[in-house]
Design a protein around this ligand. Structure first.
Ligand code: LLP
Length: 444
């Protein structure tokens, strides 16, 4: 080991997040004795039962995350619409539907999933810059609560589709407030240069036009400024800008029934300290009250913060491959299961299923990589691990934007999913079979 690597290795020993209380997602994801558990279920046993890679979620962790929002909104007229793009597995949608949530959807597929999971269509809101006519028709037929319209052109198309189906589309206009959420550029959505929403300065005229169209009924206003936001300031700024607009729109004689502040609250991936949902909302509500908007119906669209820390991806070490410049820990999960590192250079904490109180002196600094044939297929860079083939690792904070973004790249099956409730584990999605992968394709 060279001097630089020796120093890095020993520095990492001190910063290695090995103690149970420091695991993102604690207390529902924790070591019990030597074994990493999700609630009352030992992940090693789940891996033996269902094989790897395997996503495992804690029901209690999801409900605790939801409860923080519910506490924040206690006594208010508020609707939480889970942004199901974060994790759209049916059992998870069912859990949120049964807990009173509505859903923020972005496609006809998400609408069908939400309805299949028991969603109340009136609590469904439809966001997205590229809704097709067919998707609009399906959502109108289902009787969804609101279309979050993202462009002036979409207003005309939605009006036409609504008139054609004999329905009136309830709409909200998504405002682009031009606020910097200070997050990764790919997941920042409320800046002028982003494709989302209608420019702040075009909002009033757009409402005036929309309010005159017979196929539309204005019900709200919305914004969503980005994702994995760890600072409260952008929310407070966006709220001020939205409320200024509501004042102007209502002064023009167009009543606004609900104000939707989007989602975006970050989670702890690597010691991140985003505000807690209840604390953030008590500040935001104080601002609403101070500006005399406290009686308006509130909507929010959280995704990641409801499910992100509730999930882990269990993976098995296939090979340890020491090298002159880099050591590699090759595991059976890959960028098709966990696309966030490759896409956003995202950090996910990786821990062994067997608790290691002390790292052995033969621990190596390694890149944790998958079997996919490209160098972008990495899950963690420069992690200090003491593992051998056959050991299992857990990639933490994998409840959001992992399975929902998973693919069959390299003709790999998408992983199985298990939902844990106390000491019980439920298989909520089978691993793709080979037949699943070949279905729908035709030889010439
Ligand atoms: N509402 C709208 C209109 C959205 O576009 C999004 C996320 C949300 C709500 C939920 O945001 P959240 O609470 O989850 O931050 N794949 C990326 C994240 C993309 C987020 C896209 N929009 C990632 O893995 O970081």
């Amino acid at each position: 080991m060279g001097v630089a690597k020796f120093l890095r290795f020993h520095l990492e020993l001190f910063s290695c997040p090995m103690t149970p209380t420091m695991l993102p997602g604690a207390p529902h994801i924790h070591y019990s004795g030597q074994q990493l558990c999700v609630e009352g279920c030992d992940l090693t046993i789940l891996a033996q039962t269902y094989a790897t890679p395997l996503f495992v979620y804690s029901k209690a962790s999801m409900l605790a995350a939801l409860a923080a929002y519910q506490r924040g909104f206690a006594g208010r007229n508020a609707q939480i619409c889970y942004a199901m793009k974060a994790n759209s597995s049916l059992a998870i949608l069912q859990l949120f539907a049964q807990s009173g949530c509505g859903f923020d959807i972005v496609s006809g597929g998400e609408l069908a999933r939400a309805l299949a999971a028991g969603a109340d269509p009136k609590k469904v809101i439809f966001s997205g810059v590229g809704k097709t006519r067919q998707e609009m028709r399906e959502a109108l037929q289902a009787g969804i609560g609101c279309f979050n319209v993202e462009s002036e052109a979409e207003i005309d198309v939605l009006n036409e589709v609504a008139l054609g189906t004999g329905k009136v589309a309830p709409i909200s206009i998504r405002v682009n407030p031009n606020v910097d959420p200070k997050t990764h550029p790919y997941i920042s959505t409320g800046l002028k240069g982003n494709k989302f929403g209608i420019a702040h300065e075009r909002t009033l005229v757009t409402y005036q036009r929309a309010s005159k169209l017979a196929g539309l009924r204005v019900v709200g206003i919305d914004c969503h400024i980005g994702s994995q936001i760890t600072d409260e300031a952008p929310y407070l700024d966006a709220m001020d800008r939205m409320l200024d607009l509501v004042t102007g729109i209502e002064a023009a004689g167009i009543p606004i029934e609900h104000i939707d502040f989007g989602g975006g609250l970050g989670i702890n991936y690597n010691g991140d300290t985003p505000p807690q949902a209840d604390a953030l909302w008590s500040k935001l509500l104080a601002k609403l009250d101070a500006r005399e908007f406290g009686s308006y119906k509130l909507m929010i669209e959280p995704g990641r913060s409801l499910v992100g820390n509730a999930g882990v991806c269990v993976t098995e070490v296939l090979y340890v491959k020491p090298g002159e410049q880099k050591n590699f820990c090759i595991v059976d999960a890959a960028m098709n299961d966990l696309p966030r590192p490759a896409m956003y250079q995202a950090f996910h904490t990786i821990v062994p299923l067997q608790h290691q109180t002390e790292l052995a002196s033969s621990a190596l600094v390694m890149d944790v990589v998958g079997p996919i044939c490209e160098s972008g297929d990495w899950i963690g860079h420069d992690r200090t691990l003491f593992v051998q083939a056959g050991d299992r690792l857990a990639v933490l904070s994998a409840g959001a934007y992992c399975m929902s973004m998973a693919s069959n790249y390299n003709s790999r099956p998408r992983a199985a999913e298990v939902l844990v409730d106390g000491a019980n584990a439920y298989l909520i999605r089978n691993r793709d079979s080979l037949a699943d992968q070949l279905r729908g394709e035709h030889l010439l």
